[in-house]
Ligand binder design. Structure first.
Ligand code: FBP
Length: 335
């Protein structure tokens, strides 16, 4: 009988998953290791951030017009080197880089990766939860890798995930066969399986949205959020408000306990704040694989064709029935 140790590391688990796909080459498996390694380096720095000269601003502004934090730059460089070292990735795009980075144009480099190296940057200096988000595609370019490799619709992702640097460090990912969570065991330095086959409840208990933008939202969006406040108790139980200001941390809570996260467009930012390719798409794949949903209010996030690398999109994501409340209310408000 094959002995299975109590400790199921991410390596062992991904290999098990791979065995279920005889056509698998092991490349994607190895790429997920590379990403896990990169996030261990980032996680170690975050854990010691107050003791290292890594807090505060880096003194530069990124393509989004946001002040880069030192940890943004550190995380970006760490993930890039982790993805570069094994030559499996042809091109990488990052929230912190204006253009995609060509990593390897050898035939062996079959994947394109998009990352948000440090999500929730505004939480860094106040020791709040932050994360790293990743999205993996098969390369589409025949000759030299190019931007087309990272401008694919979200439903073409072969894998997506995030690492949350919170009270513990957790890696949550999907390769299209369910969503699985691993907790970093600092005593052995390994991501160990802790949450197999995560499913998000159809209706959630939490509402996660930055209410300070309320008066800039459309009437339909205001109606939907007021419904979640319990304005019609006969129709819907009020939700409990929770907002950390880090997409990864807010999404993770709702994935585990059920809930809805919204970052709508508004009169100041009609396309919202979050980026389609390396924030909305990977989280949308995880949400759907866990039984939830993700929309911009009208379209399914995973069907939106990106035209620019850093394009933004309104995002409504989480428990399926709660997301439906928003789309129905928006359509009701406009019809
Ligand atoms: P970055 O930190 O990667 O730029 O991500 C954007 C983000 O911090 C999300 O994680 C979060 O959901 C949102 O912005 C918070 O925005 P706001 O402060 O406007 O509510």
């Amino acid at each position: 009988m094959q002995h299975r140790s109590a400790v199921r590391t991410i390596e062992a688990f991904i290999l098990e998953q791979e065995r279920k796909h005889p056509e698998a080459t092991g490349e994607l498996t190895n790429l997920l290791y590379d990403i896990a390694l990169g996030t261990k380096v980032v996680g170690a720095a975050i854990r010691r951030a107050g003791l290292m000269d890594i807090l505060g601003r880096a003194g530069a502004v990124n393509i989004q017009g946001e002040e880069q934090m030192k940890l943004d730059v550190f995380a970006n460089e760490s993930m890039k080197s982790a993805l570069h070292q094994a030559g499996r990735v042809c091109v990488m795009a990052s929230e912190e880089d204006p253009e995609p980075t060509l990593l390897a144009d050898s035939d062996g480099a079959r994947y394109a990766v998009l990352i948000d190296p440090l999500d929730g940057s505004s939480n860094i200096d106040v020791n709040g939860a932050v994360g790293t988000i990743f999205s993996i595609y098969r390369r589409v370019s025949e000759g030299k890798p190019c931007v087309d490799d990272v401008l694919q619709t979200g439903n073409k992702q072969v894998a997506a995930g995030y690492v949350m640097y919170g009270s513990s460090v957790m890696l949550v990912y999907t390769t299209g066969s369910g969503v699985h969570g691993f907790t970093l065991d600092p005593t052995i330095g390994e991501f160990v399986l802790s949450h197999e086959n995560l499913r998000i409840p159809d209706t959630g208990v939490y509402l996660s949205v930055n209410e300070s933008n309320f008066y800039r939202w459309s009437r339909g969006m205001q109606l939907a959020v007021r419904a979640f406040h319990g304005e019609q108790p006969e129709a819907m139980k009020a939700k409990n408000s929770r907002y950390i200001g880090s997409l990864v941390a807010d999404f993770h809570r709702n994935l585990i306990a059920g809930g809805i996260f919204l970052y709508p467009g508004d009169s100041k930012n009609p396309r919202g704040k979050l980026r389609l390719s390396y924030e909305a798409n990977p989280m949308a794949l995880i949400a759907e694989q866990a039984g939830g949903a993700a929309t911009n209010g009208v379209d399914r996030i995973l069907d939106i064709q990106p035209t620019e690398l850093h394009q933004r999109t309104p995002l409504v994501i989480g428990s399926k029935k709660d997301v439906e409340v928003v789309t129905k209310t928006l359509n009701g408000a406009t019809s």
